[in-house]
Structures are given as C-alpha cells and as structure tokens.
Unconditional design. Sequence first.
Length: 326
Amino acid sequence: MIDVEKLAEKILTQDRRALSRAITLVESSRKDHRAQAVDLVQRLHQDSGQSLRIGLSGTPGVGKSTFIETFGSFLTAQGLSVAVLAVDPSSTRSGGSILGDKTRMNRLARDPKAFIRPSPSQSHLGGVARRTREAVAICEAAGFDIVLIETVGVGQSETIVSEMADLFVLLLAPAGGDELQGVKRGIMEMADIILVNKADGDLKPAAVRTCADYAGALRLLRKREQDPDHFPAAMLVSAVAETGLEQAWKSMRDLVKWRKKAGHFQIKRASQARFWFEEDVKQGVLAVLAQSEIQQDIQKMGERVFQGDLLPTVAAAEILAKLPQD
C-alpha cells in the first residue's frame, strides 16, 4: 500500500525516486492505483500549474531527441529546471515500447537540473499517454520551471498535445521535394512555432528554403486572435551546432508573455481542464463498458462483422440501442 501523503511530501522536495514512483502510479490502470493516483494529484494540485508546458512533435528522424537534449541543456545552463516527458509508441501487437529516449539523451539525463521520463503511448490517440497530463501536474508540483512533452510523430491525431501544453512546437527537417504536402494542415494550424532543424553544413541552404516555404504556408492560414502579428513563426535551428536556440527560446517567452497579458493564457488552461474532464469521463465509460455484460454482445457482433454477415454501421447501431438512452 502506497503512503500517498508521504509520497506527495517527497515530490515537493523534488525527490527523483518519488517522482518516478508517482508517475508509475498515475500510469497504472489498476483500480486501487487509480484511486491513489487521483488522491495524489489532488494533494499536489495547489502546488502545480506554475511551469511552462511545451509540447513538441516532429516527423520521424527529424532529431527530436537530439533537439530536446540540446535545448534542455541550454535551459538548465540558464538556471532553469527541466522535466522531459518523452512518449514512446507502443506496439499494437504486444503493447510494449522501447522507451529509449533516456538512453538517447544521456547528457541531459546526467544534468542535476533535468528529469527525463519515457512513457509508453499505450496506443492512445495523439501519441500522448493517457496519463501524461497527470505526470505534467506532478512535475509542476516538484518545482520544474519547464515541462517538455515529446510526442511520437506527426499526424492529424497529434494535435491532442495542444490540449495539455501552453505552447506547441513543430520540429521539421529540411524538406526533400513535396514534404510540405506531407504535413497535415491540422497540425500546422495548431503549431505556435515551427523549428526547421539541421540548419547546418550542407543542409543549411535547404533548411533556409524549407523555413521560407513554411513561413509562407503559415501566412496563408487564418491568423489566430490570441496571437501577436508575427506568430505563428517559422525559424531555423541546429541541435548539433547548437544554433538558433536562443532566438527560439526568446520567441517562446515573448508569445507566452503576450498571451498572459491579453488573458488568453489563463483561458486556454481553463479550456484544457474542461477538455480533460470530458476525456476522463469518456475513457471511464469505455472502461465500464469493457467490463460489462454487453461486452459479450460486442464480441459476437464483431465476429459477425468479421465474417461479413453484418455491416459495421448496423452492428454498432444495434449495440448502442442496448445502452440506456436517458
């Protein structure tokens, strides 16, 4: 049995072992663990909410881990503490994950002002583990200045990360051909800042062209009322050469400062809280449904659909008709 009160006290002192144990607790699907996790998050609530939450996504191979390690080290060198929640994709067959981010970021992992926690996505929409937002709250209570949330890749569903971050940063590599077409409009509209990575060496000219292409694409998108004139922005960075980081960080701070002054920052966080309330209710209903007697009907219907005896739409309508309608 976990002593939740003692665990909360240790988290407030930034005890790394307690922090890891707490995140493991909130990620657990066991019923008793969920009850303890809710108790823990509630105890830590008054101490959370002060960190800057930055969501970061990007195409596979763009160098997300290298960028996060370099950017994280840049931030800790300025006296800031950084927590990295790196979400690794789970296998749809085995449910397992490699969880290799901590290995790839060994320099940042050794930094006393940084904390790295890889988590499995558990096949959750958006590549963000279902309990990542609770892990964010725990890291905030531990006193980290910055919480970086790395997602597993780029796609329409990745935009869910914007519901738990104050800023959404999209990391891209110098385009080869029609790569601009491969990035979904949805994620482009969600991005606050686009960083074109690998702007060094032989790739720098291509990076400059790519940055100009994305800057033009951003201007064509509808301007968001909660942003100043020069946002969303596209800029060059190099995680290897460690260039462009200061400008990128300044842009992030400027945008957050503007939003706080305009009142949009607080409204966004309130909206996110409501979104996750509704999401928790939906997930809870699905969990109850999975354990109810109707699950047998779902399996039988699924077999009929598999055999081609029943259309998926018709089968779903029959199942939903059996649920309480009031």
